[in-house]
Design a protein around this ligand. Sequence first.
Ligand code: ADP
Ligand code: MG
Length: 730
Amino acid sequence: MSSSLRFEVVGEAFKKKAVAFNKPEERPSEFFAKYVFTRQKMYKYLSAEAYQKMCDVMDNGASLDLKTADQVAEGMKKWAMELGVTHCTHWFQPLTEGTAEKHDAFVEHDGKGGMIEEFSGKQLVQQETDASSFPNGGIRSTFEARGYSAWDHASPVFVIGDTLMIPTVFISYTGESLDYKAPLKKAIHAVSKAATDVCHYFDPEVKKVIVNLGWEQEYFLVDEGLYATRPDLLMTGRTLLGHDSAKNQQMDDHYFGSIPGRVAAFMSDLEIQALELGIPCKTRHNEVAPNQFELAPIYEECNLAIDHNMLIMSLMKEVARKHGFRCLLHEKPFAGINGSGKHNNWSLATDNGVLLHGPGKTPQDNLRFVTFIVETLMAVYKHNGLLKASIMSATNAHRLGGHEAPPVIVSSFLGNQLTEILSHLENATDDELINIAGKHEMKLDIPEIPELLVDNTDRNRTSSFAFTGNRFEFRAVGSEANCASAMIALNSAVAEALINFKERVDALIAGGMEKTKAILKIVREDIKTCKPIHFDGNGYSDEWKEEAARRGLDVESSCPLVFDRYLDQSSVDMFAKARVFTRSELEARNEIKWETYTKKVQIEARIFGDLCMNHIIPVATRYQSTLIDNVHKMQQIFPAEEAARLSAKNVELIRNIAAHSSFITENVEKLIEARKVANQIESEREKAIAYHDTVAPKLEEIRYHVDKLELIVDDELWPLPKYRELLFIR
Ligand code: ADP
Ligand code: MG
């Protein structure tokens, strides 16, 4: 039996397990947010007084008193118990890329030997968590291991299965954040406040600026049976070996192709469950690589959007298994074909519905538009290295800089129309731009921006931070990552840029300059300053790497070194100004980043060594022995010269197998040695650098020879499913 057939049989067994897809009777409008404690449900389950208080807490940041918290908890419990809920948990986002939960039942002694269902305001609002096993970068030593989680009122509670899930921040006893959500909320607050202040130049009525995020989640599906036979996928989420399949994505026949039936069933099931949890799923399609797909919801407020992304990632994994698949969120599960990203569509909007990164109808509107665009570019320019650090990880490093993914340089694509507007502003004289005839008669010469801009943005896929009509698309974010990392850096950096902008404009106004003139003057200054970040050309090209270095952009590609950007003085100052991180928090987080990097490469190196020595070498040797046996036997039945001629090819194969095998064996030894040396290093940073420089490259070197053996060794003997089997769902 050939290996493809053999492995397909395993796959078939799992296929049968796949749950048939049940189309619900109801429409999405009827079951949307069925399992979410929405305002509508608060209205129904809370007293009028408690409801009003909660609205004040959610809308105006009022503090929540314990009496109201008790009432809210009671209402929530009633609602949840009607859905069969028995437990509750604080749901938080530690620095592990996943989410964490610890369930408590709704039970208490009733004092008479029985039990009652109870859920108090205190349990809802705050929980103490002994979380010394979560990564904390040394912020807490074990003797003061207490951390606590506190309810995030901005994200509604929801129900999964029999459990009430309460989104929370996770903070150390001494107040440092130990998660993604706490700093994210601070960054959102900072940019919202700074943007509101700048908005007041244009519209004094604006009360609040909202940060929007629309993520596009890419992922792979593989058959669960095949997955189970690949220890590398199982342990590391990516294939550490495997030769290119003859056919992969070169025909461009997968992208936007018709969705295979099994996958369509998975997607519908996933979407229904997501919609029930209030995640507004909108788009689904095949992606470029075989077995690669994408899901995107309608954009939402950034904090909520991130909770929803974390939720959908775990939902995807779970629903995939029901359908006989495994969902791979790793950024580069397969070499030689596209990896997966998570485009972060980001924009700012006012509470009265104006998209601040979108053009308006009047010159005044457009001055506001240009202001927000330019100050965003200032942030990205000033902190391009940091923004790269915010999306960098051991896994995303495999994708970045590939031939299909954003390069390891952060730059911004603006498109023709926006470029023209900015260069007009830059080059025109003051008198051309602004013509003040009288107090109320001001003519601003900012070119009219066609409506079309919004729908007709050029699509430059090679830029890591592209303007797309009314938003920026941060494309370098990894598919597996918590978007919060990127959003913390971006929102904080933009907050700083807007604060700086306002300080300079206010200084001019205080000096007697008219407001519009002052705004224009600073905008024009900044257009010049941030020019190096603007690049509309091909970001995948080698020329760009050289050009970017000349422009002074950060071109470092070593993951552990990229993390250094978090500790640059400019980053520390910026995070302090935005009140998001202190230096010690940044230092602690970097320790975690380096440690995580090391552990990931370490695990890969161990699995890879095992695969080479236990799977590949024995099989290669067995096949080689068969060939040797054949060569000997040929000598027995043919005259020496003829035997030699007929066996020449086999002798060559024997030699090749020997060469590849000895390379592999010797270098697996060296790989182990390199690990041992690196493991001795105390400093997390230095250890990560050693893993990057001495361990990771060995994996690639050895892999080349393993993949060569895959082409030589009898398919029937090959112990692992090949790319051609893994990558084509039938
Ligand atoms: P693409 O063509 O890049 O795949 P889509 O139309 O699929 O773009 O949209 C991608 C995401 O961007 C969606 O989540 C969408 O809701 C979101 N989006 C659209 N407009 C905005 C905006 N102004 N701000 C933030 N996100 C937005
Ligand atoms: Mg997009």
